[in-house]
Ligand binder design. Structure first.
Ligand code: BGC
Length: 722
């Protein structure tokens, strides 16, 4: 179908048909859409008619090839102009084969892996009839109280940007039109949703435009540079205006400055939320502000369908705005090939064949192996297979390891830690006891756990947060493990047996009571369908841990936000002339997080040579090469993430104490050395100046190389522009 033909369809549409294209409803509206008689249920609640539903442009969360085909067929029979429905759904870290949550994948520092997870998620979802996924979520996060940090890849703009690209490549592939096993991606939540004040979900975001552009926007832009087809607005305000009604953000920046011409969708209910936010007096005003800001699709509220027509008729909204929005939606449908085949990839047979197939499960296991981070190990791990293990804790036999966004994943299909351990060591070596629930426990559970622990050589504690404790609307002010689990550790500690804590959670936690008590700590996050198998492989040393934190673990919640690329202040702690008192510090806790960005242990050890630089001078034409030799000095093969950071010593504006500029993930056999070389150019030193121009400052820089953001060796060079 040509663009001309699309325009001709648009020209045949009535204003009501056009406006209905701009409404997105959830699956239940369609499942009941064929019923006769009175309007009841969700349609009645929303005050819309069957005609509106019949003309909508897209559906949220309808999956399953059979069902999608049925709904699309009914729709095509009813739709006067034969415009197919777009099926959209949140396929965030897997369809049914569930991969580790994005924050865990962030710890893999492995873009090929991330791309592969998205490709598999797309293939399963596409076979089940999905056309668009509401992913990747690329919000930069610095506040682990916010439950949605688990949807992000972490706190670094560069790393997030790399992941954003990888996910988009994986979902969309190279040829969205020709490859029905791919889905269109929708980057979210635009913009800066991760900066909600106090980490409370849906809360205000207010920051300078420089801060926004420098840290928060790059990952969205990276996704769009990679060809991401759609963007979703965020719930928060940006400079006093909710994103969904924010013309400066959506029209001026996203559309005009960045040239984004794809479909922009509101987040769930966000158009109507302009009213409680206090920038719209009623639904009509909310509709006007959102369409004027450039929001094409209104998700799950009826402001557009109830008011846009009137707004056009009274001259408050130009019909051209509606035409533009409809045309963008039609173009996406064309790109997905829906006018030629409205069912696209939906195929019950293929769905049966590939969903949760062995190959996909294997990929999920690999992804978990690479995402898990070893946080502490005092000579306990790897476990020996002939030791008796007491596996204790609420996650010992729990299938709640898929994460809050795995709405299609089945816990029954998840490999639990108990089964994973027994598959390696044999059934007799592992005894499981719950010890307590996630938030409460009983005496009988304590007693059973103590009995199991007394008879064991090693205690493996499976602890964490249930999946409702993070994710959307999952903010917590106290981010320790629930008290009952801390008590469980305290009760087992006096037995003087080695304790390995395995953590299942959706955010960096305050690890007091765990880190200081356990001999080893393994951060498993929500590891997905193959989680228990992957953790067991790591615990028994079948695989060497290689995950590195992409988000800092705070020492205490009072430090938050705590992130590695902070500013120095005028009175930094630890400076040669620092006073004892009048420096920027807490009196009761360190400034540093418990575990820094980039951190993670291995079963082997890596030694870094002194780094070397090709020249003390960089020019815009002449980059510098920074080289370091890394040697595996231990007994087993391992993977290391070699990280390069830079600090601009004196900028026009203050600059972070360090910023990640590049990294390499290398694997080394015992005794093997590799030279890692980074080429650092003037472009990588640019940042937003006060006039918002992205340029570099001539002068001195410090380059830092190391295994994490804390333990780095320094080099200096000077940027000259002559
Ligand atoms: C979430 C989005 C999601 C949407 C559709 C919203 O509540 O914020 O991330 O894509 O629902 O399910």
């Amino acid at each position: 179908m040509t663009e001309q033909q699309l325009v001709s369809i648009l020209n045949q549409m009535t204003i009501d048909e056009k406006i209905a294209q701009l409404l997105q409803l959830a699956a239940p509206f369609y499942e009941g859409a064929e019923g006769e008689g009175q309007i009841t249920g969700p349609m009645a609640a929303m005050g819309i008619s069957k005609e509106v539903v019949a003309n909508t442009g897209s559906v949220l969360g309808l999956t399953g090839a059979q069902q999608v085909i049925q709904v699309q067929k009914a729709h095509m029979n009813n739709n006067r102009l034969g415009i197919p429905l777009l099926m959209m759904a949140d396929i965030v870290h897997g369809y049914k084969t569930i991969f580790p949550v994005p924050l865990a994948l962030g710890c893999s520092w492995d873009m090929q892996l991330a791309e592969r997870t998205a490709e598999i998620a797309a293939a399963e979802a596409a076979a089940a009839g999905v056309h668009v996924t509401f992913a990747p979520m690329v919000d930069l996060v610095r506040d682990p109280r916010w439950g949605r940090v688990m949807e992000s890849t972490g706190e670094d703009p560069f790393l997030n940007g790399e992941f954003a690209r990888a996910f988009v490549r994986g979902f969309q592939g190279r040829d969205l039109t020709g490859d029905p096993s791919r889905v269109a991606a929708c980057v979210k939540h635009f913009a800066a949703y991760g900066a909600a004040e106090g980490g409370r979900d849906y809360n205000t975001v207010d920051m300078s435009e420089r801060q926004l552009r420098e840290y928060y926007l790059p990952a969205y832009q990276a996704a769009l540079d990679e060809g991401c087809e759609m963007v979703m607005t965020s719930f928060n305000t940006v400079d006093g205006i909710p994103a969904t009604g924010n013309s400066r953000l959506m029209r001026d920046l996203l559309r005009d400055e960045w040239g984004f011409d794809g479909v922009l969708i509101s987040d769930w209910g966000a158009v109507k939320e302009l009213i409680p936010h206090g920038v719209a007096a009623n639904e009509a005003e909310a509709a006007r502000k959102a369409i004027q800001a450039g929001v094409d699709i209104e998700m799950m509220t009826p402001c557009y369908v109830r008011h846009l027509r009137d707004l056009v008729e009274t001259g408050q909204v130009e019909e051209a705005l509606i035409d533009e929005a409809v045309l963008r939606i039609l173009k996406l449908k064309r790109k997905l090939g829906l006018f030629d085949n409205p069912y696209r990839g939906a195929d019950p047979e293929r769905e049966r064949e590939i969903v949760m197939c062995a190959e996909h499960r294997q990929a999920a296991r690999e992804a978990a192996l690479k995402s898990i981070v070893l946080l502490k190990n005092e000579g306990v791990l790897p476990l020996q297979e002939d030791r008796n293990i007491a596996l204790i804790g609420p996650f010992a036999q729990s299938g709640d390891i898929l994460g809050p966004w795995s709405w299609l994943g089945e816990q029954e299909e998840a490999v639990r830690l108990y089964d994973g351990l027994r598959a390696i060591s044999g059934a007799n070596r592992v005894v499981a006891a719950r010890g307590c629930g996630i938030e409460t426990g009983t005496d009988a559970e304590w007693d059973e756990a103590l009995r199991a622990a007394r008879n064991a050589d090693v205690i493996v504690l499976a602890l964490g947060e249930h999946s409702e404790m993070s994710g959307e609307a999952g903010s917590r002010a106290n981010i320790r493990l629930p008290q009952v689990q801390l008590e469980l550790i305290a009760k087992l500690k006096p037995l003087n047996k080695p304790i390995v804590a395995v953590l299942f959670n959706g955010r960096p936690l305050d690890l007091h009571g765990v880190f200081d008590q356990a001999d080893a700590v393994v951060e498993a996050w929500y590891p997905g369908t193959e989680g228990g198998a992957a953790i067991a492989e790591l615990l028994y040393g079948k695989h060497n841990p290689s995950g590195r934190l992409s988000m800092s673990f705070p020492y205490a919640a009072g430090q938050i936000p705590v992130y590695y690329n902070h500013f120095n202040t005028g009175r930094p702690q630890g400076a040669p002339d620092a006073q004892e008192r009048y420096v920027s510090q807490y009196l009761d806790i360190p400034n540093e997080p418990l575990l820094p960005f980039g951190y993670g242990l291995s079963y082997t050890s890596f030694e870094y040579s002194e780094p070397a630089i090709s020249s003390g001078t960089m020019t815009p034409e002449q980059p510098v090469r920074i080289r370091v030799r890394v040697t595996n000095t231990g007994d087993v093969a391992g993977e290391e993430v070699v990280q390069l950071y830079v600090r601009d010593v004196a900028g026009e504006t203050v600059r972070p104490v360090k910023e990640l500029k590049d990294f390499r993930k290398i694997s080394l056999q015992p005794g093997e050395s590799k030279d890692v070389e980074f080429i650092l150019s003037e472009r990588q030193l640019r940042y937003h100046h006060t006039n918002l121009e992205r340029i570099s400052d001539p002068g001195d820089f410090i380059a830092m190389v190391g295994p994490n953001s804390r333990d780095t060796a320094e080099l200096t060079f000077t940027l000259t522009k002559q």
